[in-house]
Design a protein around this ligand. Structure first.
Ligand code: GLC
Length: 485
């Protein structure tokens, strides 16, 4: 089928709706308490969480057959009257016809230009250090060679199945692992293709399971087994895994405090203790991110499309789109490079990681706009990455245009964010939060000579040499390093 009609006004409405959804979800993320019971005790997991906090910058990729229609991932299958669930195109009038056409995208999915080695190289050059890939989104289409369903990229009626790289998730994980990346599997707990989640006997009603689990416990048991088996495959057949990133937070036991999503929120206990025990027996120290589910299987929090105002008391990662959509949209608007770098710096100053999303095209390519940005971020990281990796937050985190990070030896970096279009440094920069130790040096990353500084009434003032002002070592943000008293 041809691409859905690209009506930009409608598209904008979908995106506005999506942002609204994201904001409501992420508010819930921040609102979660850091209860004692949440605390992880497995020393291997704790060690990996330290590793995780050192990485700072990762790549998220949303990819599935939905890229063929350039739609909001799986969401048009969800019968909720929200604009991000809107169906468009020739099948839109009839839900069942639409779902059939959507699922038939499997028979045309053929990303012959898929070259994960080049993606890993581009991400590495940008300074990214881990990857999280959608092995299965809510639509249930598997981007890995599962034995549990035929709704998968390696099914013989998917044209890409005959390609030597057809086990897409496996290829991506292998390519990125070769480049030293940490590896994470995004996996949707809800599965809108599985007949034990949306039983065809009843029409689907919203994003939730569509039958009464108490009345049909066997069906739910069977869905639990399916989920367990798929996660077991991912943990067994794809080499060493660092992160299991579980999406679809409405699949969780219903407690008085659990969020209510959809029209018929219901208790959907998938048995995380059993899944986690299995996953960690196969992947010791595995970080599990049961997103938006309070409790011990959410090793870190994942605010969506937003940055907290200050440092948080728990491990966190903002997931954010490089453009506006998680999945591929040819006409999408990309954030400018300066903005992406400022987001990264702001997040790192508050102790978080940035997981930046790019949606590959149905042909298997990353849009040139995303590759350009990766390159430009890489140029900045080349100069400044030692102020990013392995750092931790230090109060006051961010003051106006200055963000702070603390290195393992307690050295402080003041990363000064340039205004949009500001290519030259000012003659002086004032830092109020800290003062360097008497007689110590202040350096600027990318500049050999030490930089002159003077104590001021509050903090200190840095004097930028003329040659550096007019010919700075990088654009967008400049880092000054010192040992504070
Ligand atoms: C939002 C989207 C979902 C996507 C997720 C990634 O919740 O609705 O499709 O997978 O963000 O964080």
């Amino acid at each position: 089928m041809a691409l859905l009609p690209g009506n930009s006004a409608k598209h904008a409405a979908i995106l506005v709706g999506l942002v609204t959804l994201l904001l409501s979800l992420s508010t819930t993320c921040f609102a979660q308490t850091d209860a004692e019971g949440d605390k992880e005790t497995d020393p291997l997991v704790l060690k990996k969480l330290e590793w995780f906090q050192d990485q700072k910058f990762g790549l998220l990729m949303h990819w599935g057959t939905y890229s063929e229609w350039q739609i909001v991932e799986s969401w048009s299958l969800c019968p909720e009257d929200e604009n991000w669930c809107e169906r468009r195109g020739e099948h839109a009038k009839d839900y069942y016809q639409y779902k059939t056409a959507y699922e038939n995208l499997k028979t045309t999915f053929n990303p012959v230009k898929f070259d994960p080695d080049s993606w890993a190289a581009a991400a590495k050059a940008a300074g990214m250090r881990y990857v999280i890939f959608t092995t299965k989104h809510h639509d249930g289409f598997c981007m890995f060679d599962t034995k549990e369903t035929d709704y998968k990229v390696t099914s013989k009626d998917c044209p890409f199945s005959s390609n030597p790289k057809s086990n897409i998730a496996g290829e991506i994980f292998a390519s990125f692992r070769k480049q030293g990346f940490g590896i994470g599997a995004y996996f949707s707990k809800p599965d809108w293709h599985n007949s034990d989640y949306w039983w065809p006997y009843f029409p689907p009603f919203d994003r939730n399971v569509n039958y009464d689990i108490k009345k049909y416990p066997q069906k739910w048991e069977s869905f639990k087994t399916f989920t367990y088996n798929q996660i077991k495959e991912l943990m067994s057949n794809y080499g060493s895994m660092d992160i299991l990133w579980l999406d679809g937070g409405w699949v969780q036991p219903m407690t008085p405090t659990s969020p209510r999503w959809g029209k018929s929120p219901t208790d959907q206990n998938i048995d995380m203790p059993k899944i986690a025990a299995m996953a960690r027996s196969l992947q010791p120290g595995l970080i599990i991110v049961d997103r938006a589910v309070e409790g011990r299987y959410q090793n870190y929090r994942t605010p969506e499309q937003e940055i907290p105002d200050t440092a948080l008391s728990y491990v966190w990662e903002t997931c954010m789109t490089m453009a506006t959509s998680w999945s591929y949209v040819a006409t999408d608007t990309y954030k400018p490079t300066w903005k992406l770098i400022h987001l990264l710096v702001d997040i790192v100053a508050k102790g978080g990681n940035l997981l930046l999303n790019i949606g590959p095209s149905p042909e298997g390519e990353l849009a040139p706009a995303s590759l350009d940005r990766l390159k430009e971020i890489g140029a900045w990281m080349k100069v400044n990455n030692s102020a990013i990796y392995n750092t931790r937050a230090i109060a006051p985190y961010k003051e106006g245009k200055v963000c702070y990070t603390r290195m393992p030896d307690k050295t402080i970096n003041a990363i000064c964010l340039a205004d949009e279009g500001e290519k030259q440094l000012p003659a002086t920069i004032s830092i109020t939060a800290f003062t360097p130790k008497a007689g110590s040096k202040v350096t600027m990353l990318g500049v050999k000579e030490p930089i002159k500084w003077e104590r001021s009434a509050k903090g200190f003032t840095i004097q930028i040499p003329e040659a550096v002002r007019t010919n700075p070592p990088c654009e967008y943000a400049w880092t000054f390093r010192f040992m504070a008293e």
